[in-house]
Ligand binder design. Structure first.
Ligand code: NDP
Length: 315
């Protein structure tokens, strides 16, 4: 039978390119988990995806109720769930003031980490009950949260500190909107959320890999300088960033190539190892990459898990 993969944020950028790459193999059905149904539907058609190769299901990660409703809706499709890809993200580098999810969390961490955390916890039992030979839960990471790299050292650097802001609810009411308890900084909030994604993947691996047989993985697909992720950046940045990445850092990848990389992590029989953060070298060959000290701190991962469980109502 075909495999079924849930991909969040499949309406543009990396998520769409991955959905297309998987659908084209004829071996996958993609559940496109998107906040804007019409946009997703137009995007799938424009990408030339066969209409039988995907199903769009509404998901707004900025609302925990929407995440719970999504889980119900997806179960009603009565399709097995073989792979889940937590890909969606918001990035607000120029925001002067924080914005908030329906549950009152600062938006970047609320969507990129907490929404995905609840989704992944809920869908773990569905993955476990699938009879697919290689079941996977993939959380898209990034180099920008990794302070052991050049890109990760561009200020403001990621830093979760002692997680005091998160423990306080990240709501700006009596607690900070930043995980480490500092002042709001949209670019840092995004990087922090990516560290949370990478820590969460490893904590899932430690808690559930042996018990469930599910492969947990993260990845840095390369710098996809053309996606909508940079839509809120200043125009000059948006103009110069793609050629800068292409010719100066040479870290640039096209959306199509990045989509193929993520599709590999979904389906390649050789990428079944759990607990790995995948990257690709200049020849587009995958390798197991090292995470920064903070992004591989097991104590922090445990603490992050416990606080996140409380915030999303699982504990
Ligand atoms: P895009 O902005 O193109 O895609 C992000 C997707 O997330 C969109 O489909 C967007 O939906 C969706 N999304 C945003 N908010 C929500 C929400 N509240 N609920 C549901 N979906 C939502 O960016 P990319 O494709 O570049 O980013 C994809 C992933 O790749 C992210 O995890 C990012 O951190 C990661 N990444 C990107 C890099 C890059 O260079 N671009 C580098 C490293 C990692 P909509 O279409 O409705 O706006």
């Amino acid at each position: 039978r075909k495999g079924t993969a849930v991909i969040t944020g499949a309406s543009s950028g990396l998520g769409l390119a991955t959905a297309k790459a998987l659908a084209e193999t004829g071996k996958w059905h993609v559940i496109m988990a998107c906040r804007d149904f019409l946009k997703a539907s137009r995007a799938a058609k424009a990408a030339g995806m066969d209409k039988d190769s995907y199903t769009i299901v509404h998901l707004d990660l900025a609302s925990l109720d929407s995440v719970r409703q999504f889980v119900k809706n997806v179960r009603q499709l009565e399709m097995p769930i073989d792979v889940v890809v937590c890909n969606a993200a918001v990035y607000q580098p120029t925001a002067k003031e924080p914005s908030y999810t329906a549950d009152g969390f600062e938006m970047s961490v609320g969507v990129n980490h907490l929404g995905h955390f609840l989704l992944a916890c809920e869908l773990l039992s569905d993955l476990q009950s699938s009879d697919y030979p290689s079941k996977r839960l993939i959380i898209v990471g990034s180099i920008t949260g990794n302070t052991n790299t050049l890109a990760g050292n561009v200020p403001p650097k990621a830093n979760l500190g002692d997680l005091r802001g998160l423990a306080g609810g990240l709501n700006g009411v009596g607690s900070s909107v930043m995980i480490d308890g500092g002042e709001f900084d949209g670019a840092k909030a995004y990087k922090d959320s990516k560290v949370c994604n990478m820590l969460t993947m490893q904590e899932f691996h430690r808690r559930y890999h042996e018990e469930t047989g599910v492969t947990f993985a993260s990845l840095y697909p390369g710098c996809i300088a053309t996606t909508g992720l940079f839509r809120e950046h200043i125009p000059l940045f948006r103009l110069l960033f793609p050629p800068f990445q292409k010719y100066i850092t040479k870290g640039y990848v096209s959306e199509e190539e990045a989509g193929k990389r993520l599709a590999q992590v979904v389906s390649d029989p050789s990428l079944t190892k759990s607990g790995v953060y995948w990257s690709w070298n200049k020849n587009s060959a995958s390798f197991e990459n090292q995470l920064s000290e903070e992004a591989s701190d097991a104590d922090k991962a445990k603490k992050l898990w416990e606080i996140s469980e409380k915030l999303v109502g699982l504990a």
